[in-house]
Design a binder for this molecule. Structure first.
Ligand SMILES: Cc1cc2nc3c(=O)[nH]c(=O)nc-3n(C[C@H](O)[C@H](O)[C@H](O)COP(=O)(O)OP(=O)(O)OC[C@H]3O[C@@H](n4cnc5c(N)ncnc54)[C@H](O)[C@@H]3O)c2cc1C
Length: 111
């Protein structure tokens, strides 16, 4: 009986090995850090009118794209990190923040 079980186990393992591509090839491991996507730091915009064009551009439901992959609630370091990683693997992400400034608790930390 013991030998029979060994043989069955061996045959099953052999079949699994032969057809492993059926089980594992469709699993694509997405590495968000596979390429260096760092960009040169852009000059800070100091013109308040130009800043307000972005900063005072409040939330409106009709502006939300229909084809989002993820919505992240809160722009603290946790939300921004997960949003950045998801977007690096090609996901379309929307970050929603209740306040008019991002960064969450990090806003309180100053040098
Ligand atoms: C004074 C101070 C000093 C600190 N010093 C350190 C330190 O030296 N080292 C360290 O590791 N950590 C430090 N911390 C802790 C660190 O800042 C926090 O742990 C970290 O910022 C938490 O990040 P978070 O993304 O989890 O949450 P948060 O930063 O709290 O972000 C959550 C965000 O979600 C938003 N939000 C919540 N609910 C909603 C909603 N319903 N809709 C829309 N938006 C929503 C909030 O407005 C906020 O912007 C410090 C914190 C403080 C306050």
């Amino acid at each position: 009986m013991g030998l029979f079980l060994y043989i069955v186990a061996f045959v099953l393992l052999y079949i699994l090995w032969q057809f492993k591509s059926l089980f594992f090839s469709s699993v694509r491991v997405l590495n968000p850090f596979h390429e260096d996507s760092r960009k040169t730091i852009r000059e800070q915009v100091t013109d308040q009118k130009k800043r307000d064009e972005v900063l005072k551009n409040g939330f409106k439901p009709e502006k939300v794209p229909k084809d989002l992959d993820a919505i992240v609630i809160g722009s603290g370091i946790g939300g921004l990190s997960v949003a950045a990683i998801l977007s690096k693997i090609g996901k379309k992400v929307l970050v929603l923040e209740q306040h008019d400034q991002g960064r969450g608790l990090l806003s309180y930390i100053h040098r």
